[in-house]
Write a protein that binds this ligand. Structure first.
Ligand SMILES: N[C@@H](CCC(=O)N[C@@H](CS)C(=O)NCC(=O)O)C(=O)O
Length: 203
């Protein structure tokens, strides 16, 4: 078995996503911490050796480096019951993971970073301009999730899967980005359902 090292920053929900997946699978990860606020993932050494894209999480598997939280989660969960065997359900898990990366994380993630870690008075002109745009788009994503969860206990196949883990990461801390989860009661109930699964760990 190859040693797994997660290059991460504990403030990142993309990194938490990977840790939560590993916890559910009982997989041990050694952790290397970087401070993204100090640009520690932008050093020539990091860009050259770990991720040319300059961000964490990156999973080191022996001497291979795998970036992208959802790719890492898929790598860890392959062959487990977190991924349905049924072909359509398996693709549906991927569908929610793509939704997360296109509609949810790019809107909620930056708002959490700007509001909680940077501070609203330290935003530049572009960030200030994007604030209402990302707030609106994030709410559209949360509303879509809420509509789906009005009819389903879990995202895919009526059972807990990798899709729930991946979508949980940013959704459960959306409040830190200024989103009001109280407007999405089905999402709130689902968050509790996910957090009460055996093997759950906090961020
Ligand atoms: N799509 C990537 C996004 C990774 C990402 O945005 N990482 C952020 C933290 S959440 C980062 O490393 N930022 C530091 C930087 O860009 O310098 C994933 O899902 O892993």
């Amino acid at each position: 078995v190859e040693k797994l090292i997660l290059h991460e920053d504990p403030i990142s929900a993309n990194c938490y996503k990977v840790c939560l997946t590993a916890a559910h699978l009982g997989i041990a990860l050694e952790r290397r911490e970087y401070d993204i606020r100090k640009g520690e993932t932008r050093t020539p050494d990091f860009l050259h050796k770990i991720n040319a894209n300059g961000c964490i999480p990156v999973l080191q598997i022996g001497d291979a480096y795998l970036p992208e939280s959802n790719a890492i989660s898929l790598y860890l969960a392959t062959g487990s019951d977190l991924i349905p065997q049924d072909r359509l359900q398996c693709a549906d898990v991927m569908r929610w993971m793509f939704f997360e990366q296109y509609n949810l994380e790019p809107n909620i993630g930056p708002l959490i970073f700007w509001r909680t870690y940077l501070g609203e008075d330290r935003l530049n002109e572009i960030q200030r301009m994007l604030l209402p745009v990302k707030t609106a788009a994030g709410n559209v994503a949360l509303a879509l999730l809420d509509g789906h969860l009005a009819k389903h206990d879990f995202l895919v196949g009526n059972r807990f899967s990798l899709a729930d883990i991946v979508l949980y990461a940013y959704t459960h801390v959306a409040g830190r980005g200024g989103f009001n989860l109280g407007c999405y009661p089905n999402v709130e109930r689902w968050l509790q359902r996910v957090a009460s699964q055996p093997g759950h760990v906090e961020m």
